[in-house]
Design a protein around this ligand. Structure first.
Ligand SMILES: NC(=O)c1ccc[n+]([C@@H]2O[C@H](COP(=O)([O-])OP(=O)(O)OC[C@H]3O[C@@H](n4cnc5c(N)ncnc54)[C@H](OP(=O)(O)O)[C@@H]3O)[C@@H](O)[C@H]2O)c1
Length: 288
C-alpha cells in the first residue's frame, strides 16, 4: 500500500493539498485531532499523543509534514515521528517550514536540517500566508472587528503567499515519489511580490470598502495582542519579534519556486483578496 499521509490535513494548506492529490488519483490519509466521520481516509493524529503516530504512518510512503502549531521547539515531538517514518521506509517527506526563523527557536532550524539531510526529503520555507489577513488569525480578527492592522514592521515588506500555492507546490513534489527533486532539498516559497502591511491594507480597502487603518506599535505591544488572542506567551513573543526583522528588510524576498515546481505563477495578493472579498465586508462594524 502506498499513499500520502497529510498531517494538518484539515488545515488551510493540508485541505487544499488533499484536494489536489485526490484530483490526481493519489491515495491520501487525512490526519488531524478531529477526523471527519464522513471521510473514510481520515485518521486521528495528535502530536501530543505519540501513540497515534505509527498507525498514521503505516502503509504510507510519502508524508506532508505540518509540525505542531504554535510550538517554539517542535523537535521533541517531531523527532521520534521522523525516526519512525525513516524506519518504515517513507520515501518523501515534504516539510511545511517557514521562511521566517523565529528568534531563539533553534528547534525549527534543527527540524529543517533533519529533513534536508535525508535523500528525497525536502523543506518548503513558506513566506507569510495571505490567509493571515482572514479570521481566525489574530491579524484577520483585528481587521474584521476593528478595521485595523497593528504592526511593528513599519514599511518592511514580505513576499506573502497564498496557502493554495503552497499546497500546489507540495503536490508537485508528492504526486510521484520518484519525481526527481534533484539536489534541491529546500524551496523558498513566496507570492509574486513583496508587500508591506500598508500595501496590503490598501489592496483590501480598494476591494472591500471602509479604509483599514495601519497602526504602528512596538514588538512588545504586538506580543500582548497575540497573547490576548490566545497564543502561548513564548510563541507570541517570538512571533512579534519577527516584525523587527521585517522592518529591517530581512524578509523582503520573492522566489520563482512556485512557478518552477507547478508551471503556474503564484497568485497575486489582489487575486487572493478578490476570492475572499465577502469575508472582510463591513469590517470594523459590529456583527449582527
Ligand atoms: N501563517 C503563516 O504565515 C505561516 C508561514 C510559514 C509557515 N507556517 C506554518 O504553517 C503551519 C500551519 O499550516 P496551516 O495554516 O495550513 O494550518 P491551519 O489552517 O492552522 O490548520 C492546522 C492543522 O493542524 C491540525 N492540528 C492542530 N494541532 C494539532 C495537533 N496537536 N496534532 C495534530 N494536528 C494538529 C489541525 O487540525 P485539528 O485542529 O483537527 O487537529 C489542522 O488540520 C504551521 O506549522 C506554521 O508554522 C505558517
Amino acid at each position: 500500500m502506498t499513499g500520502v499521509l497529510v498531517t494538518g490535513g484539515t488545515g488551510k494548506t493540508g485541505s487544499a493539498l488533499v484536494d489536489l492529490l485526490r484530483g490526481n488519483g493519489v491515495r491520501v490519509r487525512v490526519a488531524s485531532r478531529n477526523p471527519s466521520a464522513d471521510d473514510p481516509d481520515a485518521v486521528r493524529f495528535d502530536w501530543d499523543d505519540p501513540a497515534t503516530h505509527p498507525a498514521a504512518l503505516r502503509g504510507m510512503d510519502r508524508v506532508f509534514l505540518v509540525p505542531p502549531i504554535n510550538a517554539v521547539d517542535p523537535m521533541p515531538l517531531v523527532g521520534p515521528f521522523l525516526a519512525e517514518a525513516q524506519r518504515l521506509g517513507v520515501r518523501r517527506v515534504v516539510l511545511l517550514g517557514s521562511a521566517i526563523v523565529l528568534p531563539n527557536a533553534p528547534g525549527a532550524l534543527e527540524l529543517a536540517e533533519r529533513v534536508r539531510a535525508r535523500p528525497g526529503w525536502v523543506v518548503l520555507r513558506a513566506s507569510g500566508f495571505m490567509q493571515n489577513f482572514l479570521r481566525p488569525h489574530p491579524l484577520g480578527e483585528r481587521i474584521r472587528r476593528h478595521g485595523e492592522i497593528r504592526t511593528a514592521a513599519g514599511a518592511g515588506r514580505l513576499g506573502w503567499i497564498d496557502a493554495r500555492d503552497i499546497a500546489a507546490a507540495a503536490s508537485a513534489l508528492l504526486i510521484d515519489p520518484d519525481v526527481d527533486a534533484g539536489d534541491q532539498r529546500d524551496y523558498l516559497l513566496t507570492g509574486p511580490k513583496a508587500l508591506g502591511y500598508g500595501d496590503a491594507a490598501a489592496i483590501i480597502t480598494a476591494r472591500t470598502g471602509p479604509p483599514i487603518r495601519v497602526l504602528h506599535i512596538g514588538a512588545d505591544e504586538l506580543a500582548g495582542t497575540y497573547r490576548a488572542a490566545g497564543m502561548p506567551g513564548e510563541f507570541a513573543d517570538a512571533l512579534a519579534a519577527v516584525e523587527d526583522g521585517i522592518k529591517a528588510g530581512r524578509e523582503d524576498l520573492v522566489s520563482t519556486a512556485v512557478l518552477d515546481l507547478t508551471g503556474r505563477p503564484p497568485r497575486p495578493f489582489a487575486e487572493f483578496v478578490q476570492d475572499h472579498a465577502t469575508e472582510w465586508a463591513n469590517h470594523g462594524l459590529p456583527e449582527c
